[in-house]
Ligand binder design. Structure first.
Ligand code: SAM
Length: 279
């Protein structure tokens, strides 16, 4: 039998403190040490649940250096828990290096599941969830953001992003430019908190709605983008009108290609629709 300790990866609430699981409380009470992204922040959670276990800072800036000493503690038989500020550790939060080291050293790593903003958002968005593509945060720079969106423009799975409030309008601009004004979005804001909001709108309308109500630009957010729809039903009536107009002056192939470019659609779908309509 190994005398090494266990590393528990413990999810914590993303806003509402009642979203802590019984098991998470029990594990945090019983481990020898809690590695926390921000010890002050975690301290509030621990006080709420009367957990007296000691904490140590474990964040992006000291992970590399701390991981080795945490491994030593585990090898000496101590049980540790890793928590982040909110939600599931390692999901856009520190911990990867430590878990990787532990796996290599055959230390037992046990997940204690709970809240995760991406999954919470998806579960109530009303977008397809059978396949989704999680990207974490958008790149902060416009060029990189647009490049990423171009790479994803034909992705049919629901796209899930985290975004910060001060970049959301710029990001919406890029979505409109690269994926088109009509692409359906769902914004999940302030999940599990007092001002929890879900808004489902096409990209252009989402931008206008946010500009009209600056409160909607605030707080924590998950932005979901409906995957690319090869379904002809997804061709808007506006795009169909453009196709009809252009095909009255141009060969259908050319009209379909131009309409596809304007509305960020697939030209072969428009061409097929044109043939069906006898254009
Ligand atoms: N590990 C966390 C998880 O499991 O969701 C994510 C950590 S990441 C550093 C923080 C980002 O998650 C926020 O900027 C926001 O985009 C998203 N997020 C966290 N809590 C949220 C909430 N209550 N409502 C909406 N988004 C949230």
């Amino acid at each position: 039998m190994s005398s090494s300790g266990v590393l528990y990866i413990v999810a914590t609430p993303i806003g509402n403190l009642f979203d802590m699981t019984y098991r998470a409380v029990e594990v945090l009470q019983n481990v020898d040490l809690i590695c926390a992204e921000d010890t002050r922040n975690t301290g509030r959670l621990l006080r709420h649940y009367n957990i007296a276990t000691a904490t140590v800072a474990f964040h992006d800036h000291n992970e590399q250096q701390k991981a080795a000493s945490m491994l030593e503690k585990l090898q000496s038989g101590m049980d540790l828990a890793l928590v982040s500020d909110a939600g599931t550790p390692l999901i856009n939060d520190p911990g990867y290096r430590l878990v990787h080291l532990c796996r290599e050293a055959h230390i037992q790593v046990v997940p204690v599941p709970g809240a995760c903003a991406a999954i919470t958002a998806l579960s109530a968005a009303g977008l397809p969830t059978d396949r989704f593509h999680y990207e974490g945060f958008f790149p902060p720079k416009k060029v990189a953001r647009q490049q990423l969106l171009s790479q994803l423009q034909d992705e049919s799975a629901t796209l899930v992003f985290y975004e910060s409030p001060h970049r959301i309008l710029d990001t919406l601009d890029d979505i409109i430019e690269v994926l088109g004004a009509q692409r359906n979005l769902v914004l999940a804001r302030e999940l599990t908190k007092t001002f929890e909001t879900f808004a489902a709108l096409p990209a252009q309308e989402m931008r206008e709605w946010m500009l009209a109500d600056p409160n909607q630009q605030k707080g924590e957010m998950v932005l979901m983008i409906q995957g690319y729809q090869a379904d002809p039903q997804a061709v808007s009536s506006e795009a169909m009108e453009t196709l009809k107009l252009l095909s009255s002056e141009l060969p259908l192939k050319k009209a379909a290609a131009m309409t596809a470019q304007i509305y960020h659609l697939k030209k072969n779908i428009l061409y097929k629709l044109g043939l069906e309509l006898g254009l």
